[in-house]
Design a protein around this ligand. Sequence first.
Ligand SMILES: [Mg+2]
Length: 306
Amino acid sequence: MVSVKSKSKEVREISWSDSVWFFDIDDTLINTEEASLDGSEGVRKVIEAHLGEEKAKEIQENFNKIFQLMVSGYRVINNDWSKVEGGKEAFDALLAKVENCQSQVKQKYSAVKKWSREMFIKFAADQAGANLTPEIINEAADSYWLTLTEKTIVYPRALELIKEIKNHNRPIFLFTSSDARLKMTDGGQFEYDPEYSMALKRERIELLREKGVNFNIVSIGDPEDKPHLDFFQKGLQMAEADLGKPVALSNAIMFGDSFGGDLQTPKEKMGFGMVVLHQKGKQTTDVNDAHQITTGNLHDVIQYLN
Ligand SMILES: [Mg+2]
């Protein structure tokens, strides 16, 4: 049924009683980008125990710069490199290093894992002239992700929405990307084992329950990841197994902070009833078309349910 809101375009409303809810996690439910700095404290602590305070701080600083370079380079649009420290040259050099240390990943899975924190820790240590064993690198990466997750704040309006969904007794499924947990070999190469990577991420996402994110199950992007259709279909199958029946996709709602990564496939290839683009700090809720809303406040979505 199409209904008209006085202040907006038409949205195809979804009924509470049939609604099925799917969420991206990072930068949709939680503020992940800012939490990376907290995570780097975890890296520092582990390295300090092995190499002392000064080296640990240096490596932490290098790590944060490398991470920031990857984030800012990744976000460049229209070839505007002014916000990237060191510009395109620095970013290209980082990507070349990533390619060089992931031969196995490239060969077996066709694309390298750009966001592996194990690898960033290794690069940061190399810059500081320090040698870290694979064990220390693993331990530091564990500490990074656990510290980040412990310090994470769930967006308050997202929590309100989750409570409301559970008050209506409706299911919540989390669709999240891989953390790309790689293992370093003694030769300094990094290898990818999807089962290992997924198990570590599952453990960390379970911690979100303590923060009020009351979900049914989580589907993780190892090895197939967003935005591939395979990733979403795998997640949907898990949801249907959990519910014991098929999901009518016209009643499904998907939330994410990246249209291309989180929303385009569910909307255009799978026929989700509604997709919601989260933009941090946005003060209004805009209706883009009958199946898409953009908002800074996830809880606002409930006005489109009946
Ligand atoms: Mg995200």
